[in-house]
Design a binder for this molecule. Structure first.
Ligand code: ADP
Ligand code: MG
Ligand code: ZN
Length: 476
């Protein structure tokens, strides 16, 4: 029997607000443990939470960007459980009334087609603290700096059908968050986290199979390999006549496998109830309209514009708009360089090739957009060939110098117009009678001096071979 995977993702993303969701403590990352805390986020008795309005606006931004309906009335709920990183004994989250529902995003598949993935809901909640397990002593320490950092949880419909689609969905969600400027989307640092729900069903059937929930997926690679492993595991269970059980599994990236963490029986009962300390969030049409107006151009729209405005192939547009910073870089260049496809080829090929090899992001590029534009403009002006431009590019990376300076310094310009060079040669000879005499008397080393003078005269643009040839002829 052929089986089809069914996958739904739950994404948690930290929001880039300056302060926490229910108090005015800083959300800055990397401070000394327990220095960004106060009675509210430490869960002291008698304190009251005050909602950070920016959190609501950021959640609305994501809701609108993913075509959700923004709830006119939503509210916070307490999710009760005990863990040392949760000093209150409950997490403030949203439950039956989330801030946004019923949205979707489009993802692009390998073959270039797009697929719509439904967004079930987006809700706001607070992050927990962080346990640090001492590697030597049998103790664990707790850092409450992260406690109360705002999060949104984005829950997808079970519309995803393969590990690759899951990867594409996650990348698109992260890209939107970053375009919106509301999250770093840094998976390795834990500001962007994902749980994957996976089940399989006989191909062609409608009913969903029993799902397993995969946790601890802290890189894009792990998400895809954990899902692939889970699909294989469930197929094997069924092939052996067994039944998939509902459970939570933890991905072990070192062993490249997952292990059962807890079954359905041990699942938590969170005893959700509306938080009596917080009033319902009421959002009117005017507020929604003003947030909608503030939305920037999003990756999908920008991709379409790159095709229509610059005439780029869809593939190029897709690659270039995946990250906002890369798209900005391209547009900065395309404003100066005439041929957008020339820019696209260089950014996607030479530049991304270099960045990938060095494990750098576009923000860390050793060549700025204006420097690359200057280089490409030299190609367009027929000052240098594309081949020489590659040499210049390598030198720009090495020295950080401007392309024109490198071209001048290295005499890379393709000026082969002999008469132009000849007049410079004549001028140099006329201006240095003493050196000419010494040269003719046998000081051959002076040739270097003459070449240098001609290069100076021609601002480095003269072809050195022609300069040498002409000098040799005229100094005979
Ligand atoms: P929970 O809170 O227990 O995790 P949810 O109803 O919030 O449950 O669902 C979580 C995720 O699981 C959603 O992304 C949903 O699409 C996905 N999901 C639900 N049922 C299945 C299934 N049978 N197979 C795969 N994914 C599923
Ligand atoms: Mg879940
Ligand atoms: Zn605080």
């Amino acid at each position: 029997m052929e089986f089809e995977p069914v996958i739904g993702l739950e994404v948690h993303s930290q929001l880039k607000t300056n302060t926490k969701i229910f108090c005015s403590c800083s959300t800055e990352f990397g401070a000394d443990p327990n220095t960004h805390v106060c009675p509210v986020c430490l869960g002291m008795p008698g304190v009251l939470p005050v909602l950070n309005k920016t959190v609501v606006e950021f959640a609305m931004r994501m809701g609108l960007a993913t075509h959700c309906t923004i709830s006119r009335r939503s509210r916070f709920a307490r999710k009760n459980y005990f863990y040392p990183d949760l000093p209150k004994g409950y997490q403030i989250s949203q439950y039956e009334l989330p801030i946004a529902e019923h949205g979707h995003i489009n993802i692009t598949l390998e073959d270039g087609t797009t697929k719509r993935i439904g967004i079930t809901r987006i809700h706001m909640e607070e992050d927990a603290g962080k346990l640090i397990h001492d590697p030597v002593r049998p103790v664990s320490l707790v850092d409450y700096n992260r406690t109360g950092t705002p999060l949104i949880e984005i829950v997808s419909e079970p519309d995803i059908r393969s590990p690759e689609e899951a990867g594409a969905y996650l990348r698109q969600i992260r890209s939107i968050l970053r375009y919106l400027g509301i999250s770093d989307g840094n998976m390795e640092e834990g500001s962007f986290r994902c749980d994957a729900n996976v089940s399989i069903r006989p191909k062609g059937t409608e009913t969903f199979g029993t799902r397993a929930e995969l946790k601890n997926l802290n890189s894009f690679k792990y998400v895809e390999s954990a899902i692939a492993y889970e699909i294989k595991r469930q197929k094997a269970v069924i092939a052996e006549g067994g039944k998939v059980v509902q459970e939570t599994r933890l991905w072990d990236s070192a062993k490249n496998r997952s292990n059962s963490m807890r079954g359905k029986e041990e699942a938590h009962d969170y005893r959700y109830f509306p938080d009596p300390d917080l009033v319902p969030i009421v959002i009117d049409d005017a507020w929604i309209a003003s947030v909608r107006q503030s939305l920037p151009e999003l990756p999908e729209a920008r991709k379409e514009r790159f095709v229509s405005e610059y005439g780029l192939p869809l593939y190029d547009a897709e690659v270039l708009t995946a990250a906002k910073e890369l798209a900005d870089y391209f547009e900065d260049c395309a404003r100066i360089v005439e041929n957008p496809k020339l820019v696209s080829n260089w950014v996607m090929g030479t530049l991304l090739g270099l960045l990938n090899a060095e494990g750098k992001t576009i923000e860390q590029s050793p060549v700025s957009s204006s420097q690359l534009a200057e280089l490409l403009a030299l190609i367009e002006a027929d000052v240098i060939s594309g081949k020489i431009a590659k040499t210049v590019f390598d030198e720009m990376v090495k020295s950080g110098k401007a392309p024109k300076a490198i071209v001048a310094e290295k005499g890379l310009v393709q000026v082969t117009d002999e008469s132009a060079i000849e007049s410079a040669v004549d001028q140099v000879i006329a201006a240095n009678p003493g050196e000419v005499e010494k040269f003719k008397a046998g000081n051959a080393k002076l040739m270097g001096f003459f070449v240098g003078q001609v290069m100076k005269e021609t601002k480095g643009k003269a072809n050195p071979q022609i300069v040498n040839k002409l000098l040799a002829q005229k100094l005979k």
